[in-house]
Structure formats: structure tokens, C-alpha cells
Design a protein around this ligand. Structure first.
Ligand SMILES: [Cu+2]
Length: 301
């Protein structure tokens, strides 16, 4: 494939590293060749018309115009090719991307949260359960506001900027944003999606090559947009396991501070009336976290 992907390479498309990426590359490559042919064809026709119907040869306008049916045939074949591209290839591929998610048991689940100007990755840890997230708990040391009273969150892994995933296993991402609209773009994996505050956007890919791949923000999201980069590192399964273990051990020591350690005068902990649930919060309340929520806070509301 890569030896034939002349236009993709010429336009700076990085080499593909995902399972479905080749299909996207084929469509891109074909569409570019097709558009190139149309460009040359129409340009040649334009030049021909300029010369053939120049004023010195045709001082009087011909109001009847073209009598042959060739342009109709040409235009019909262009429409036909475009329809085949769209209905035959693009829409089925898109439908597969959005409807046929891999089973969650086999996949790596990650919550990705964008904020000005970095990416934070939230993984469920050894228990496979994402801890409750609460916007009121967000601090510098707890960028996602993970509730330390929620048992499911105790072993959660939160990493800033660099995510590791194993090769040849699907990765399912739930994407959200803490502030403005960002775009989680993984050019090597041929996926990108907007991170929209208040929405959870699912996306997935299956990396097939180990290596480090850049994450960029694909939406102009503020002054620091140019620096909003991250890294997805695709590891061999053994390396991934050791990274996971290391991060899980770190998480065990880091996710400890109870919310009562807030400095005096800090904004009240816990939900304030009328707050919108933060992106990524589980749809159902975790009953284990409930009693902790009513624990007295230093501000004593
Ligand atoms: Cu951004």
C-alpha cells in the first residue's frame, strides 16, 4: 500500500499505524487521483475553449451552443464515480467506525479529557471500574476531580500527556473536555474527534505497529493551542503491563488525599446546586460514594 500511496505521502500524511487506517488511505488516495484527473481534464477543456472560441474566429455569439452529447456523458460518469465513492466506500466505512465498536472486554478503555492546553488520560486501573468524577473536586493535583471516597476510583490511573496502549488490541476512548472545544487527533491512527464540553464522544482504533505517536489538538482552542500535544505510545504487551503496573503503584500513593485536606477558604467541596454533571461522570450514582458525599466539609455549609 505505502509504495502506491504517492499522493498521500506527497501531502504529508504520516505512515498508518492502525488496523482500519489502510481503508481510509485507499479512499484518500483514490479520491486524490480522481480529483487530479478532473483538475487536469477541466483545465485542458478550459484552455481548449479559450482558443477554439476566441473572438477573432467567432465575432458573433452562437446562441444554440453545444450540439453533441459528450459533456452530458462525461458529467454523468463523474457523478457516478462520486456516488460509488460515497455510497460504496465512504459511508460503509464510516458506519463501521461508529456502529461496530469492539467488545469492551477485549479492549483498553480510556477516558480522554482535553483542557487548555493539554490532554489527560484516565484509565480504570486493576479493578476495571472508573472512579466517580466530580467537577468540584478538581484541583491542580487532581485534574479530573476523581472522588477519593469512591472505592472504584482508588486504583484509577491518571496520566498527563502520555498514554500507553498495547499493540494489536482495540482501544476505546471516551472523549470530553473541561473548557472549550478541542479535537483529539491521532493522525497515525487515522482518527480524530471533537472534544466537546458536556458531551461524551466515543471513538476507537486498533494500533498495529509499536512506536510513539503524536496526539495533536485539531481545533483552534486558544493561545496555547499550538502546544497542545500529547503522545500515544504503542507498546509490546509485556512493556505495557510493566507501565501499567508502575502507574498503578503510583496511583495507589497519589490518589490518597481526602477532600477534608482542603486549605481554608477553598471553594466548597461537593456538588453545588445546579451544577451540570462533569463530562465522564457515570450515568448512575455510585451507591458506595453516596454517604461520603454528605460528610461535613470545613466550610460547613
Ligand atoms: Cu485544544
Amino acid at each position: 500500500m505505502s509504495s502506491l500511496a504517492l499522493i498521500n505521502e506527497f501531502l504529508g500524511q504520516p505512515p498508518n499505524a492502525s488496523e482500519h487506517g489502510y481503508q481510509i488511505d485507499h479512499i484518500l488516495e483514490f479520491a486524490h487521483w480522481f480529483m487530479g484527473a478532473l483538475f487536469i481534464g477541466w483545465s485542458a477543456f478550459f484552455v481548449f475553449v479559450l482558443i477554439r472560441f476566441r473572438r477573432s474566429r467567432h465575432p458573433k455569439a452562437d446562441h444554440a451552443g453545444v450540439r453533441s452529447g459528450i459533456s452530458t456523458h462525461l458529467e454523468f460518469s463523474v457523478v457516478l464515480i462520486e456516488a460509488v465513492l460515497l455510497i460504496g466506500f465512504a459511508i460503509p466505512l464510516w458506519a463501521k467506525r461508529v456502529n461496530e465498536f469492539p467488545s469492551t472486554q477485549d479492549a483498553i478503555l480510556v477516558h480522554v479529557v482535553g483542557q487548555q492546553f493539554n490532554w489527560t488520560f484516565h484509565m480504570p486501573g486493576p479493578d476495571g471500574q472508573f472512579g466517580r468524577r466530580e467537577i468540584g473536586l478538581v484541583t491542580n493535583s487532581n485534574p479530573l476531580g476523581i472522588d477519593s471516597n469512591d472505592p472504584a476510583g482508588k486504583d484509577d490511573i491518571v496520566v498527563l500527556g502520555e498514554l500507553h496502549v498495547p499493540v494489536n488490541r482495540p482501544v476505546i476512548i471516551e472523549l470530553s473536555s473541561k473548557d472549550v472545544i478541542h479535537n483529539f487527533d491521532l493522525p497515525h491512527m487515522r482518527i480524530a474527534a471533537d472534544a466537546i464540553p458536556g458531551s461524551l464522544i466515543p471513538m476507537w482504533f486498533k494500533p498495529i505497529k509499536t512506536g510513539s505517536y503524536e496526539v495533536v489538538c485539531g481545533q483552534l482552542c486558544g493561545l496555547g493551542h499550538y502546544g497542545m500535544k500529547g503522545m500515544v505510545v504503542v507498546d509490546e504487551p509485556a512493556e505495557y503491563q510493566s507501565w501499567l503496573k508502575e502507574r498503578a503503584e503510583l496511583a495507589g500513593t497519589q490518589n490518597a488525599p481526602p477532600p477534608t485536606q482542603q486549605p481554608p477558604g477553598a471553594p466548597p467541596v461537593g456538588p453545588t446546586p445546579g451544577t451540570v454533571p462533569p463530562p465522564g461522570a457515570p450515568k448512575t450514582e455510585n451507591p458506595a460514594a453516596k454517604p461520603a458525599q454528605s460528610a461535613p466539609t470545613p466550610t460547613g455549609e
